[in-house]
Design a protein around this ligand. Structure first.
Ligand code: ZN
Length: 277
């Protein structure tokens, strides 16, 4: 949760003065009360602004694990900078109602729930105002994944194709006055990534706001697997939920670009604010 900025401890507090007059408080009583007030303000100032929990898997594709490890380092530093609580786990059993009750934003770095119970816990969490930041393969879905709710939540996008090998690509920032993109230029060259084409595209969904897209001038992209055409949103939110998907997340180059890093940091900060879904 966000904490309100504390009022200046030195300023006279009208309620405090009223209490002092009403109770004809002694100097000792006034000093004790003032100390308690100061301790309470100090404790409030030290509380983390919100709690984020990142889920990941260490097995599987090496490039996805590399990204996850770097994401954990990145968010650990961001947590110190922005005063929030960040923790990462490979134990997907923590995706349960008891744990989620204390979490403001869940991140999926390179994987998805492993069981129906974890899927259900996540659905209930998101349906009741939870926050989610998913990257790259964590948004993967096709006819084999059989999770209808997730496809709707994801904005209707279904995986269709990817380039290979991973390559840099020029990106277009569709919306620049959004909290997630406000530090981005109109276009930028993103570091090497495996880019996903979706069919249908999330842009076809009226509830989806696409924030960043793959520039069609990149086509053709790839050697072994070539992307030739298609609308390709790479960062979007389904406005029915407090969610953000970022396609970047393959390999150890993702966090080498300061501009792109703003998406990961500002995205999480935006999601943490329950007042602006
Ligand atoms: Zn990948």
């Amino acid at each position: 949760m966000k904490t309100k900025p504390a009022s200046s401890p030195g300023a006279p507090c009208p309620a405090f003065e009223t209490w002092v007059h009403a109770h004809r408080a002694s100097f000792a009583q006034r000093a004790t009360l003032l100390l308690l007030l100061l301790f309470s303000l100090a404790a409030q100032a030290q509380q983390p602004a919100f709690h984020a929990l990142a889920f990941w898997t260490s097995g599987g594709e090496t490039d996805h694990s590399d990204f996850a490890r770097q994401a954990i380092s990145f968010y650990t530093e961001a947590a110190a900078r922005d005063h929030f609580d960040f923790r990462a786990t490979t134990d997907w059993k923590e995706l349960n109602p008891e744990t989620l009750a204390h979490i403001d934003v869940v991140l999926w770095l390179n994987d998805q729930p492993h069981t129906d119970a974890q899927r259900t816990a996540f659905e209930n969490y998101m349906n009741h105002g939870g926050g989610w930041l998913g990257s790259h393969v964590s948004g993967y879905n096709d006819s084999s994944t059989k999770w209808h709710w997730f496809v709707e939540f994801f904005g209707g996008a279904v995986f269709n194709a990817n380039n290979w090998p991973p390559l840099p690509a020029q990106l277009i920032v569709d919306v620049r006055n959004h909290p997630v993109t406000h530090r981005l230029p109109a276009t930028f060259l993103a570091p090497s990534n495996e880019w996903y084409v979706w069919k249908p595209s999330a842009r076809a969904n009226a509830n989806v706001k696409v924030l960043v897209s793959f520039d069609p001038a990149n086509y053709p992209l790839g050697f072994k697997d070539r992307l030739l055409s298609g609308d390709m949103p790479v960062v979007w939110t389904n406005t029915k939920y407090r969610m953000l998907y970022v396609n970047m997340g393959h390999g150890d180059k993702i966090f080498t670009n300061e501009t792109q890093n703003h998406i990961f940091e500002d995205g999480l900060l935006w999601l943490s604010d329950r007042k602006t879904p």
